[in-house]
Write a protein that binds this ligand. Structure first.
Ligand code: CA
Length: 232
């Protein structure tokens, strides 16, 4: 998906350079040349990030930022500020900006900030992910499994390795994952597993989650069953 950026900048030369560089990097950009224009764009669109100059004619960047944060705490904002504008930078961060770039900047700096924002967003998304196969739900944030049963749900805490294994299996319910795939997932960081370490973890998980929670297909690998979708 193309990232959509709002650039707020009254200097035509800087503005044009940034818009062109964003286009070269495969990002779509709207360009607001004043604070009022920025407020208009922000009320009508959702952006992946805002590049915000502070010194703007009429309504300044700080007002735009405060207004945005009053109703939207999520859209990332990178402030574009003058070299001597330390107070501005601090005030901007206090008002809810995520990062800043000092003018004159090289476009690669701006693009690096945008990449960092995108990485943080993806990290946060991954952490709040919830995976379910209908009979149990894995919460990637709390590293717990919720077992769904007629008599009521039960929540079970997992160790790091148990969670890593369940995450691999629950990402693709119904798919058989081989020993190699699972061991790489568990020990990709270089620790050499004992020969039966995987069986040991699976044994522990079955004790916690029930004997049928993880199925074994002899010679091929392990899987979690594709149950009825939750909520249906
Ligand atoms: Ca300016």
């Amino acid at each position: 998906m193309t990232e959509k950026i709002l650039l707020v900048e009254d200097d035509p030369m800087i503005g044009e350079a940034v818009v062109n560089a964003l286009a070269d990097a495969g990002k779509a950009a709207d360009w607001a040349r004043s604070g009022w224009e920025a407020t208009g764009f922000l009320s009508e669109n959702k952006y992946d990030a805002v590049l915000l100059d502070l010194g703007l004619p009429g309504k300044d960047g700080m007002s735009v930022l405060r207004e945005l944060r009053a109703k939207d705490s999520e859209t990332p904002v990178v402030i574009l500020t003058a070299r001597d504008g330390l107070d501005d930078r601090l005030a901007g961060l206090d008002a809810g900006a995520d990062d800043y770039v000092v003018k004159p900047f090289h476009m690669s700096e701006v693009l690096a900030r945008l990449r960092a924002i995108e990485r943080r967003r993806q990290g946060a998304q991954a952490a709040s992910r919830v995976l379910t196969n209908g009979t149990m739900t894995l919460n990637c944030e709390t590293k717990t499994v919720r077992l769904h049963a007629p008599e009521g749900d039960k929540e079970v805490a997992l160790s790091k390795r148990e969670f890593d294994l369940m995450e691999a299996l629950m990402t693709r319910p119904g798919a058989i994952l081989s020993r190699t795939t699972l061991e790489e997932r568990l020990y990709g960081d270089g620790d050499m597993p004992e020969s039966n370490a995987l069986e040991f973890i699976i044994h522990g998980l079955r004790k916690k989650l029930g004997a049928n929670a993880i199925g074994n297909v002899r010679g091929l690998g392990w899987m979690v069953h594709k149950g009825r979708a939750a909520g249906r």
